[in-house]
Design a protein around this ligand. Structure first.
Ligand SMILES: *Cc1c(COP(=O)(O)O)cnc(C)c1O
Length: 327
């Protein structure tokens, strides 16, 4: 990063940003990609590029783009979210068909907001790092396509799905018009995301990126970290996943924790506390040096990444035991 060649991202002449965009687009099988500071920005600029105000967009009920991006779909794109009843983030073709509905002479299409876009998230954060089964992903996106919808993938952790299953990124990304990927999620890069897609959609997205202040000048400094992560750290994700699994298996044995370790597929562990509130648990764990997030009244989310070693994982397990014993 210190030695990165830089230019000016606003003028499209930062060589490190351009390398990162080209390599990301190639890995995902798309014409082009555009680098932005955050995954929230790549998702929301992506949604904006596909829609106009008053359109409806289909999201899983626990989608990051819907729940955790500051209300941006409403505030920025002015779209109407239509929520799908996913289970751990995974919904069905029937859910999509039901949400789009059937036109009828007595129910003209002018009445409801036109559904323009279908969003999937892989892996699914709210679901606990769940991976979309590839056959179901293909079926759901094919139905969306038949219904005339555009398709966006929030692939913040798409690398993790591919590392866990061995299925190529090209196969996961193939059905989508746009794919958002993060370099900061377990891969060890400090910040940044890319939105990949057709030349036309990415050109349109570049305009919206500028509109929200995403033209970040000598961005090659951070893009160099992202490029290093992309080239060197994807292969190490299985280590990260093994630590998450080890943690889940150990803490699932403790009284006071409800967790099925078999559901832990990648680097996210979501557990329920049976006798404690999540805020109390998380505060005490923090004081003992373990940083985990509260999720609702009794849920806790633990996320593993490249800098957490197997020894750190054992320490985390010990901290959980100590918190359960003391609080
Ligand atoms: C983290 C995350 C994002 C947003 O990325 P930021 O860089 O934090 O804005 C989007 N989608 C998912 C699934 C995420 O986990």
């Amino acid at each position: 990063m210190a030695w990165a060649h830089v230019g000016d991202d606003v003028y499209g002449d930062d060589p490190t940003v351009k390398d990162l965009e080209a390599e990301t687009a190639a890995l995902l099988g798309k014409d082009d990609a555009v680098y932005m500071p955050t995954g929230t920005m790549t998702n929301q600029v992506g949604i904006r590029a596909h829609t106009e105000a008053g359109d409806a967009v289909l999201f899983d009920q626990n989608a990051h783009v819907y729940l955790l991006e500051g209300g941006a779909p409403a505030a920025y794109s002015g779209i109407l979210p239509r929520l799908l009843p996913g289970v751990r983030g995974i919904f069905t073709s029937e859910d999509v068909v039901a949400a789009v509905g059937q036109p009828h002479p007595f129910f003209p299409s002018t009445v409801s907001a036109p559904v323009k876009l279908l969003c999937l998230e892989n892996t699914h954060n709210g679901g606990g790092g769940t991976i979309w089964p590839i056959d179901q992903l293909k079926a759901v996106t094919a139905v969306g396509r038949d219904l005339g919808l555009n398709l966006h993938l929030d692939g913040a952790r798409l690398w993790h799905a591919s590392a866990a299953t061995g299925i190529d990124l090209l196969e996961y990304a193939g059905p989508f018009d746009t794919v958002s990927v993060c370099f900061s999620k377990a891969l060890g890069a400090p910040v940044g995301s890319c939105l990949a897609g057709s030349a036309e959609l990415v050109a349109r997205a570049r305009r919206f990126k500028q509109q929200v202040g995403g033209g970040f000048r000598q961005a090659g400094i951070v893009a160099a970290g992202a490029l290093h992560a992309l080239r060197n750290h994807r292969d190490r994700l299985p280590e990260v996943h093994a630590n998450a699994k080890r943690f889940a298996e150990a803490v699932s044995q403790f009284d006071g924790i409800d967790l099925n370790p078999e559901g832990v597929e990648t680097n996210i562990v979501r557990l329920r506390l049976t006798g404690l509130r999540s805020a109390a648990f998380v505060d005490q764990a923090y004081d003992f040096g373990l940083h985990v997030l509260p999720s609702g009244v009794d849920g806790v989310r633990a996320v593993f990444y490249l800098d957490i070693s197997a020894e750190d994982t054992e320490r985390a397990i010990a901290v959980v035991a100590k918190v359960l014993a003391e609080v």
